[in-house]
Design a protein around this ligand. Structure first.
Ligand code: ATP
Ligand code: MG
Length: 668
């Protein structure tokens, strides 16, 4: 099934492409030893190319257990809402837990949990089955049934995973809200989903102290008209907690009397599994809806091949919070469906010291690590002697997600963390795509630092110009997905029109991801940042990512964010915000910024050309980031254009914007 893009732009408009500046030519072929044992082989691409739908049907049978087998694969008659495997029935929690127990693997560790204060728990698949069954019975006792919405607002503790799976067991739809979000963010998400139950905790541990969560729930439910009838409260920190009579009950009390056996609710493949609100990097969060069969198929398939998981041997650690889609797909569903053994760590990377992550890798023998570029750049800033003092030799696959990984950060990740051996998989996907879409395959693809490279087998992605026509090698444009895929979103909760407008109206019949991209001379795809962030400097369209990468390739720079600010002469001008590495800060102190700024402007001119030279470079202590670690460039644009700073409610740390604004107000 092919769909032809339609021209939606006025005829006089010239096709515009991004100017393609950054030249990166290093490649790293897979080591022969790795390739010899890899789950993935090049044959997958051929199979998917010859019969795409048949390929996905095979994956659905290989990776997922069905109660009733499906007989249809893709139904696109109600486009852009897809149905995959629609007449099959299954249960997500059964696939994630019960079937491993039934297969005799109940004693396998599902999670090594490491609390921030150093408390640990080992949870087997048997334990998971018992606890998710009890929690499911407890939810059922509160009246929760198929299709009801349950909001989960918890720290990264095992109960968060158990709560999600318990919802899936009873056929309820979970909506996880980051534990770091405010009462207001929680209130709006509860209201949008019309949730009847909230699962929370007294608090969680963060940066060495207990921080309360329950008061935010009380505030979010205050006033009239909340849909919530019950609140289940996990005891995590033991801090004083107010309980509202008839509404609130302790998780441990509710589970204490609950039966340890539970028959999963068998649901249709298209039954909604969860709603998750996007991180809000570009605008107001959208309630993305995912369903069961296609989602499990693609998360399990990608997790198996992209991370080369060997469930009997590997210890896998994805550092994402479950409040982010990466936590849903690559902590909960993908890995558990595949029977993985995982690490789950509650806290921050620098508590109680900056080597905490590497200590955890060494302690559990982590072999697959999946994290975000922001974390890697933070470790670069702290200095490589910290990770180098731990034994990281167990690591054999490294993953990256969330933003483009700058080539220099990629190289550092490979050398310092991966011992110059471990393949790196740079995985492009979104809350909306549900699972990884573009990524090298370890053992198959020769990796290129900074590029996500090629769509996975069974995925059709392309880079197109303003007319929706595919661009050739060496050109830039918009990233689109040109065929439906199993884990694709089925809509925005309660708002079909917004779904159509947001993703399907820029190019007719084709999913528009909102990201800029280019193809290099080999045809590999490079992600260049949000289309909203593309700058127009004297008629040249420049990407934030390329200039940021040039800045980060300077030895003094740890992190950089670039925005376009309106400029009288050039239309827009490049404004850069940089964080210096530890050694540079020590060398030049607070005073010598002028010298660094001059050096950085020259460096950018040398790396990519004078056109990209930032007009202003501001040395800042922090950058505004979402809880999932993404830079919020729209807030920096507000600063650069001297506007009132926009909606910052999804920022991890709202004081950052004050720090930056104060910096800007200072002379020099
Ligand atoms: P919102 O849609 O509300 O603005 P968001 O897009 O930040 O928020 P997510 O779904 O968490 O919410 O993020 C998906 C986006 O993250 C992608 O569209 C892309 O811009 C970026 N991204 C993710 N992985 C990569 C990657 N490997 N390379 C480049 N960019 C990536
Ligand atoms: Mg998005």
């Amino acid at each position: 099934m092919m769909m032809q893009p339609e021209v939606l732009v006025p005829e006089h408009t010239q096709p515009a492409t991004l100017d393609n500046l950054l030249q990166e030519t290093r490649t790293f072929p897979p080591p022969a030893q790795f390739a010899a044992q890899a789950n993935a082989t090049a044959v997958l691409y051929d199979q998917a190319a010859s019969d795409r739908e048949g390929f996905w049907a095979d994956q659905a049978r290989t990776h997922v257990t069905w109660k009733t087998p499906f007989s249809t694969t893709l139904d696109w008659s109600d486009a852009p809402v897809a149905k995959w495997f629609a007449d099959g029935t299954l249960n997500a929690a059964y696939n994630a837990v019960d079937r491993h127990v039934l297969a005799g693997n109940g004693d396998r560790v599902a999670f090594f949990f490491e609390g921030e204060p150093g408390d640990t728990r080992t949870i087997t698949y048997n334990d998971l089955q018992r606890e998710t069954s009890r929690a499911a019975n407890a939810l059922a006792a509160l009246g929760v049934t198929r299709g009801d919405r349950v909001v989960i607002y918890l720290p990264l503790i095992p109960e968060a995973v158990i709560a999600m799976l318990a919802c899936a067991r009873v056929g309820a739809i979970h909506s996880v809200v980051f534990g770091g979000f405010s009462a207001e963010a929680l209130r709006s998400r509860i209201a949008d989903a019309q949730a009847t139950v909230v699962i929370t905790a007294d608090g969680g541990f963060r940066r060495g102290s207990a921080s309360a969560l329950k008061p935010a729930v009380d505030e979010a439910l205050s006033g009239h008209g909340s849909s919530v009838e019950h609140v289940l409260v996990v005891r995590r920190t033991g801090q004083d907690t107010t309980m509202v009579e008839h509404r609130d009950l302790w998780w441990h009390d509710a589970l204490a009397d609950a039966n340890t056996a539970h028959e999963p609710a068998w649901v249709d493949a298209e039954h909604p599994l969860f709603i998750l609100y996007t991180s809000g990097t570009t605008g107001a969060p959208k309630g993305i809806v995912h369903t069961t069969g296609g989602y499990l198929t693609q998360t399990a398939f990608t997790h198996h091949h992209v991370f080369d998981l060997k469930p009997e041997q590997d210890v896998y650690w994805c550092t994402a919070d479950i409040g982010w889609v990466t936590g849903h797909s690559y902590v909960v569903y993908g890995p558990l469906v595949n029977g993985a053994t995982q690490v789950l760590y509650e806290g921050t990377p620098d508590t109680p010291h900056q080597g905490r992550w590497w200590e955890i890798v060494e302690k559990y023998g982590v072999s697959i690590l999946y994290t975000a570029p922001t974390a890697i750049r933070t470790f670069m800033k702290w200095g490589e002697d910290i990770p180098s003092s731990y034994n990281l030799s167990s690591l054999r696959v490294l993953g990256s997600v969330g933003e483009s990984i700058n080539p220099e950060a990629w190289m550092w990740y490979r050398r310092v963390i991966g011992g110059d051996q471990a393949p790196i998989v740079d995985t492009w996907w979104q809350t909306e795509t549900g699972a990884i879409m573009i990524s090298p395959l370890p053992g198959v693809t020769a990796a290129k630092p900074g590029s996500a490279q090629i769509p996975l087998p069974g995925i059709r992605a392309d880079v197109v110009n303003d007319f929706g026509e595919p661009v050739g090698p060496g050109a830039g444009g918009y990233l689109v997905l040109s065929e439906p895929w199993p884990a694709m979103l089925r809509g925005i909760w309660g708002d079909r029109q917004r779904f159509v407008d947001t993703y399907w109206s820029r190019f007719s019949g084709i999913y528009f991801a909102g990201d800029g991209a280019k193809r290099d001379d080999d045809g590999d795809i490079w992600l260049l940042g949000r289309v909203d962030d593309v700058m127009n400097i004297s008629g040249h369209r420049l990407s934030t990512m390329e200039i940021e990468s040039a800045l980060v390739s300077h030895p003094d720079v740890a992190e950089a964010a670039v925005v376009g600010a309106s400029d009288d002469t050039t239309g827009q001008a490049v404004v850069a915000f940089v964080i210096l590495r530890g050694h540079a800060t020590e060398r030049i102190g607070e005073q010598g910024h002028e010298e660094v700024v001059a050096a950085l402007r020259a460096h950018v001119a040398k790396e990519i050309g004078p056109i990209a030279k930032p007009r202003d470079i501001l040395v800042v202590p922090e950058l505004p980031k979402t809880r999932s670690g993404k830079i919020m460039r729209r807030l920096l644009r507000d600063v650069a254009e001297h506007r009132v700073v926009g909606d910052a409610t999804t920022l991890a740390d709202s004081s950052v914007m004050d720090l930056i604004s104060a910096k800007l107000a200072m002379p020099g």
